[in-house]
Design a protein around this ligand. Structure first.
Ligand code: CAA
Length: 295
């Protein structure tokens, strides 16, 4: 595989494009909006600068990485030469299903279609294409250039040879692949989201405050971030959507989202991306400041 098309210039899409381009692949980065593509390339350049500053890569490698990325706004044009497409668009079922119908029509017959979905069924996505055996989940973790894992999800009809080639490809990127079957939340979010939800329930019930919950899990369990900070980092709307997928798909009330999470999302407190979640990010520094509701 040489030509990789990545759909979506957001956090995950630009991270995926970054990693493939850094490893010598020719990457076409596709987004409907030119301003999103401009922002994505600026983010990739900034993250490459961090790697240059840390001597992880040289300035020449940075220049080559950026040269390996071609931004385009047309889906049809962007996937016409692709060996592999990785979809990292909005986490919305209808949008993804329409995208995969279009990809099936526009991408070469041999092209593998992957989704970076964090919880939507790969089998469902595959079912709207004429090539369900060539559809697979390739779930990267944020921040993509830093996190080692790629969770690989086999849909009900995914061909074993396709799985094997995606496992090998992930290793070529310097990542560690781990294979899961296609059931709600796969493994990463089936285990992560109940932990985050339980942290929010504990806060809601007054068992402990935001700082205490995060300190206990950060220092006591050696997690890089506490669960509430991590929820802000992932996006509270994303956490809520994934919990709903678990709740609906597994039918067990243990996955029911905490009402506090629902209220925060409804009121627009989405975490880092909206400037406020459990913490306040409006000051623009790395310092953790509690959001007014939790002070
Ligand atoms: N690109 C390149 N490098 C980056 C980067 C990026 N986007 N973000 C951070 N880095 C690098 C930094 O340069 C730094 O490098 P060195 O170790 O060489 O110094 C390193 O990563 C650590 O970064 P910082 O010093 O800025 O900050 P930190 O030490 O607080 O680490 C973190 C930041 C890596 C995000 C860390 O807090 C962490 O690992 N947090 C947990 C992340 C996590 O759990 N991600 C999974 C979320 S779930 C998900 O993605 C899937 C889903 O479906 C919801």
């Amino acid at each position: 595989m040489k030509n990789i098309s990545v759909i979506g210039g957001g956090t995950m899409g630009n991270g995926i494009a970054h990693v493939f381009a850094q490893n010598g692949f020719s990457v076409t980065l596709i987004d409907l909006k030119q301003e999103v593509l401009d922002k994505a390339l600026a983010t990739i350049a900034k993250n490459l600068d961090r790697q240059v500053a840390k001597d992880v890569i040289t300035e020449e490698q940075k220049i080559q990485t950026l040269a390996n990325i071609t931004p385009v706004t047309s889906l049809k044009e962007g996937v016409s030469q692709a060996d592999l497409v990785i979809e990292a668009a909005t986490e919305n079922v209808e949008i993804k299903l329409q995208l995969f119908r279009d990809l099936d029509a526009f991408a070469p017959d041999a092209c593998i279609l992957a989704s970076n979905t964090s919880s939507i069924s790969i089998t469902k996505i595959a079912s709207v294409t004429q090539r369900p055996e060539q559809v697979i989940g390739m779930h990267f973790m944020n921040p993509v250039p830093v996190m080692k894992l790629v969770e690989i999800i086999e849909g009900f009809k995914t061909d074993k040879n396709i799985t094997e080639s995606i496992v090998e490809l992930s290793k070529e990127l310097g990542k560690v692949p781990a294979l899961t079957q296609d059931y709600p939340g796969f493994i990463a979010n089936r285990i992560l989201m109940p932990m985050i939800n339980e942290a929010i329930i504990s806060l809601h019930e007054g068992v402990a405050g935001v700082t205490e919950i995060d300190t206990i899990m950060k220092l006591g369990m050696a997690h890089p971030m506490g669960p509430l900070q991590l929820a802000d980092f992932i996006g509270l709307d994303v956490c809520l959507a994934i919990l709903n997928v678990l709740y609906d798909g597994l039918g067990n009330t243990k996955y029911a989202p905490c009402p506090l999470l629902v209220n925060m999302v409804t009121s627009g407190d989405l975490g880092v991306k909206s400037g406020r979640g459990f913490y306040d990010y409006s000051h623009g520094t790395k310092e953790l400041v509690l959001a007014p509701s939790f002070q």
